[in-house]
Design a protein around this ligand. Structure first.
Ligand code: FE2
Length: 578
């Protein structure tokens, strides 16, 4: 199909008739996940492809195989009992005593069947799926700091000059980790960083199946870049927003209390990630752009032709999520700390609590004060995002300039203006901060941001769902004990009581394995002759070649840093389809 801007279309009547038909097929629903805008019905053309369905079914079969060979916690416990049993026998004790010990342990195991007793028990859940690498080192403080920069939710860390009254960390606290350094010096030198989960404060928490009360806090976590190592270092954590005697500031010398505090941060991070960063700022933000594009663009509009591959599967996966994941008693309701209505309230804020264009990568890094390579030399998500952004923007600019010769032609495109107007309209997409493009730069920016969000950004926040989040001890999606009120004295058993019980851990693992490993389509691979014009297909080929170069750069960077795999172009899909 030849691409035409509206004012050059040689057959405006056919264009108009097809557009009217599309408007009858795609309409907004504001009640499904109020106040957000979703498509009312899924058209046949938007259903999952056979290839995608086959891919996901394969993931589900792995989960089934893993579960069919399950009961692993109990089996491991029985295996472990062989040792004391043989020790008892070797020590010459009576057989009665040995059997009594074994039976006692087994009864204990049954009584506590809902709880996993050790990290080994969590590890053994993955016997077919295979343990994600995070299981090896999630407990290290270096990993805890690193996950703020290259973890599942690497979008929250912010540079600060000094702490406010909510988080009264002292120099003595600070110097436990960085002796000889001070808060004031770190603040003045751009080395002080905060992760603040204030948005979660006061959230109503839910109850997991089996009657397990869930806990979710709004912690504050302080980090500093060490003058010596130039690495981000964990300094202190406060589990709740308001300081007080029952809300201590934990530091790395606090034993299991520190481990618990780190876990409480990971729980908050997991909830922020799923509701705001992932569901809100990728899946649900793009849906209105897709619905409106179908309604407003002629089928042969060049922008729709460019966008279509970046929209594949999004309406279908969002519809499935609405019915199965974010429904009452669905997976999100079961796993996340908040009630489903509280979680969806966060998602709505994720979509509507900011202007869409604030998500421009450089604007976002600048706003958080993390754009400066001198102050924060190592930030994998930032560095790899910018590679993608540059490649995508260059491709979009080249493509757009093939069709629009001037700013005036951009401003005169009524279908383009209709798209962006409807995306932000109260009766339409309800996305804030989107206005009709007045010139080429504005058009290129908004198109690039839509494509970046659909591809690289979604990949960055979707694929950690297996590598990091499927392993519940690394990032539990809810806590199962209240936050400690004393600075020290917790035991290993206290720590374990914060982690999800078995059924929740299994659901988190299976969900992570299904959502976090299905890579369907590849960014920049539009298919031979997709654009039907050799000049443009050749430009698309150059975009794919540029992404191959990005792949090489990231591979090379990964030789010198904790490997950051989520934005390797070979694993970045064209669209949000999972
Ligand atoms: Fe996703």
């Amino acid at each position: 199909m030849s691409a035409f801007l509206p004012f050059f279309d040689p057959d405006p009547e056919t264009r108009s008739a097809r557009r009217a038909l599309r408007q009858s097929e795609y309409s907004f629903n504001h009640a499904y996940v109020s106040p957000l805008a979703l498509v009312h019905d899924i058209a046949g053309r938007d259903r999952f492809s056979i290839e995608f369905t086959t891919l996901v079914l394969g993931k589900i079969m792995t989960n089934v195989a893993n579960e069919a060979d399950a009961d692993s916690a109990l089996r491991r416990r029985l295996r472990a009992m062989d040792v004391p049993l043989s020790h008892v026998a070797l020590a010459g004790s009576t057989a009665v005593r040995a059997v009594s010990t074994a039976v006692g342990q087994l009864l204990g195991a049954q009584a506590a069947a809902g709880r996993l007793q050790s990290l080994d028990d969590f590890n053994s859940l993955f016997h077919v799926i295979g343990l994600p690498p995070i299981a090896q080192d999630f407990h290290r403080d270096e990993t805890f700091a690193e996950l703020r920069l290259s973890g599942a939710n690497p979008v929250l860390i912010r540079r600060i000059d000094k702490l406010d009254d909510r988080f009264p960390v002292t120099d003595a606290d600070f110097q436990i980790t960085l002796p000889g350094d001070t808060l004031a010096a770190a603040g003045a030198e751009g080395r002080l960083y905060l992760v603040d989960y204030q948005k979660l404060d006061g959230m109503e928490t839910g109850v997991a199946p089996g009657g397990w009360q869930k806990y979710l806090y709004a912690p504050l976590a302080l980090f500093a870049v060490s003058k010596q190592t130039r690495k981000l270092t964990a300094i202190a954590i406060q589990c709740k927003q308001r300081p007080g005697v029952n809300n201590p500031i934990f530091t790395p010398d606090d034993g299991y209390n520190w481990k618990i505090a780190k876990t409480i941060v990971e729980i908050a991070d997991g909830n922020y990630h799923e509701s705001i960063t992932h569901l809100g700022r990728t899946h649900l933000t793009l849906e209105p752009f897709i619905v409106s594009a179908h309604r407003q663009f002629g089928l042969n509009h060049p922008l729709l032709i460019l966008l279509q591959p970046h929209f594949e599967g999004t309406l279908a996966i969002n519809n499935l999520a609405r019915l199965k994941l974010i429904s009452p008693d669905g997976v999100v309701d079961r796993l996340l700390g908040g009630t489903i209505s509280a979680t969806l309230g966060l998602s709505a804020w994720g979509v509507q609590g900011h202007a869409f264009m604030d998500l421009l990568p450089m604007a976002s890094f600048r706003d958080r004060g993390v754009d400066d390579l001198e102050s924060l030399p190592h930030y994998a998500y930032r560095d790899d995002s910018l590679l993608h952004w540059d490649a995508i923007r260059e491709w979009v600019a080249t493509y757009v300039r093939c069709f629009y010769r001037s700013d005036e032609e951009v401003a005169a495109d009524v279908e383009l203006a209709g798209w962006l107007t409807e995306v932000s309209a109260e009766t339409g997409g309800r996305i804030r901060g989107v206005t009709p493009a007045r010139n080429l730069v504005e058009l290129i920016d908004v198109m690039s941001l839509v494509i970046f969000t659909a591809s690289a950004q979604h990949a960055a926040v979707n694929f950690p769902q297996f590598d990091i989040m499927s392993y519940a001890p690394a990032m539990p999606l809810a806590g199962y004990s209240p936050a400690p009120t004393k600075k020290q004295g917790a035991t290993e058993s206290d720590y374990m009581s914060h982690l999800p019980p078995r059924d929740q851990a299994v659901l988190q693992m299976n969900t992570g394995n299904m959502l976090g490993t299905a890579h369907y389509t590849r960014l920049g691979h539009y298919g031979p002759d997709y654009f039907g014009e050799p000049r443009i297909d050749e430009m698309a080929g150059r975009f794919a070649a540029k992404l191959d170069k990005v792949e090489e750069i990231i591979q090379e960077r990964n030789q010198h840093r904790r490997p950051y795999q989520f934005m390797l172009p070979s694993g970045v899909p064209q669209s949000i389809n999972i």
